[in-house]
Structures are given as C-alpha cells and as structure tokens.
Design a protein around this ligand. Structure first.
Ligand SMILES: Cc1ncc(COP(=O)(O)O)c(C=O)c1O
Length: 277
C-alpha cells in the first residue's frame, strides 16, 4: 500500500518504547547485496531482544522480492522493521501472545557519487554514551540522534564515537583506520554494530592482499592515521579528511581508499550481473 496509508497502533511498543529492531538491505539492479548477512544479523537482533523471528529466511526473501516487484527501480534499499507489537496495556513486561508488527518498504536511494564522496568529510570525536548492546540493530536510536546532533552543532558532517579512550564506530557507520598500509577496524562485540559493509570491505581487502586487523583502536591512533573511513550500506565508504579540526593524512581521500572503493564498485557491478552475492 502507499506509505501514507500504512498505519500502526499508538500502543505499538516500537512507538512507545523503541522496542524493535530493523534492517536496511541495499539493492542494486534487482539484486540484494549480502542478503544472507542481513538476514543473519536480523536473527541475531531478534534473539538478543527475545523476539521470535516471525518468518523463515525464504519467507523474508519472498516478501523482499514481492516488494521490489511492486516498487520498480534500479538502485533501491529494503527497510524492514519488526517491533514487539501493540499490547492492550503499556507495560514493559514481555507477553508472547501479542503478534509482532512487521513493516517493510522500498527506499529509492541514490548511491553516493564517487566524485562527491572523494571530496571527503569532516568529523569530530564524541563520547560514546550509548548502552552495551550496540550489536543489536535496535530502533531505539535516540542516543545516535543526540550524537549526530553534536556533530551538526559543531558544523561537521558526522561524529566518531569513543568509549573509554577506544574507537567504537560512527553514529550510523563503522570506522576503519589505515596506517602504514595496514587496514584496521575495531572488533565486533557489544560496543558496535557488525556492519555488513564492514564485512564486505574486510573481505574485499583480504582477497586483494591488503593486511587487515580487527583490533582495539585507541582514540589517539586516529590523530596519527594515514586514512580514516566510515562505512555503511547507504554511505558505502566515505573518507574522513578532517578530524577535530585537524587534517587527516594528506587531507585528501587516500590511495588505499581509492583502491578499495574501486573494488567495492566492481563488486556492485558483478552483483548486478549475478556473479557475486
Ligand atoms: C550504528 C551503526 N553502525 C554501523 C552501521 C553500518 O552497518 P551496515 O554496513 O550494515 O549498513 C550502521 C548502519 O546503519 C549503524 O547504524
């Protein structure tokens, strides 16, 4: 149905408590990028919040394909949200007799223009005051909204989050650091979302003989980095050229970024023609 006609109850726990999870799956020329990765992460998010998966992987795929057929286009993304449903009373306690609310839509997205992206972004570091369950792709995003607002108020594009002196991630992305030809990113765990783009970047880099480390990264290492990138499904791989007002590396998108971004674009091209997943 048209999005304006879709409604949910005001008692929906997604609305009242942010009690739900979501996924965003990029689609290039009718092909879903890393569908399995997204469905696995969906399962993890659901299990972490003790919400039963309402569909099998095959059923989700049928829903996605049906939606794409009814919402034609080239580059798109599927947005899927599952909340714990609408209970009769506002009560934190979980009751399993209520069905979840499932909402999915097709987003018409324009993939980032490489020329524009290569100009780079400016960021600040901010204190990551979020909870210790950031691996859940939760719809409770008010902390991320507040952190992003700190960046906006500072007149920069985004914020890199630091917890106890260590890098965690961006407000809606993962972070990579390049130093002396080695690509590093913090390990997965409860402090960050295991990004599907992060996985793909690691895979592509390793397949092309780039040394990749998943390790704890001190905030101080950011100042000393040759390159910093922020990755996500919608942003892809964005080079950071300014951090807290200081120039990062050469002050331009770096050589390693150019290499990996080309490989990422090639992966998308192969996906469109059904040669990769
Ligand atoms: C907090 C956070 N970290 C990382 C990511 C990147 O995840 P993905 O690459 O799957 O888009 C996102 C994406 O929205 C995010 O919100």
């Amino acid at each position: 149905m048209p999005v304006e006609e879709a409604t949910i109850s005001v008692m929906d726990r997604g609305f009242l408590f942010g009690d739900g999870i979501y996924e965003v799956v990029p689609v290039f020329g009718n092909k879903l990028l890393r569908a399995k990765g997204h469905l696995d992460r969906l399962k993890n998010s659901l299990s972490r919040i003790s919400l039963q998966n309402p569909c099998s992987d095959e059923e989700w795929m049928q829903i996605f394909i049906g939606l794409l057929e009814r919402n034609a286009g080239d580059d798109r993304a599927i947005y899927l949200q599952i909340s714990r449903g609408a209970y009769a009373k506002r009560d934190l306690a979980i009751k399993t007799e209520y069905p979840p609310t499932i909402f999915a839509m097709v987003l018409h997205v324009t993939p980032p223009d490489i020329e524009v992206v290569s100009a780079g972004i400016s960021v600040i570091t901010v204190d990551d005051f979020r909870w210790h369950a950031c691996d859940i792709k939760s719809t409770s995003l008010v902390a991320n909204v507040m952190l992003k607002q700190q960046a906006t108020a500072a007149g920069v594009d985004d914020a890199i989050l630091i917890r106890n002196g260590m890098l965690s991630e961006g407000t809606a992305s993962n972070v990579f650091v390049v130093k002396d030809g080695v690509l590093s990113t913090p390990p997965t765990g409860h402090e960050l979302l295991p990004g599907i783009t992060r996985d793909l970047v690691i895979e592509i880099a390793k397949n092309n003989a780039i040394l990749v480390e998943q390790r704890d990264i001190k905030a101080a290492e950011l100042l000393d980095a040759d390159e910093i990138w922020m990755t996500s499904s919608t942003r892809e791989i964005a080079p950071v050229i300014q951090l807290n007002g200081e120039v990062v590396g050469s002050g331009k998108a770096g050589d390693m970024w150019k290499r990996v971004v080309d490989m990422y674009q090639e992966h998308k091209r192969l996906l469109r023609v059904g040669k990769v997943i």
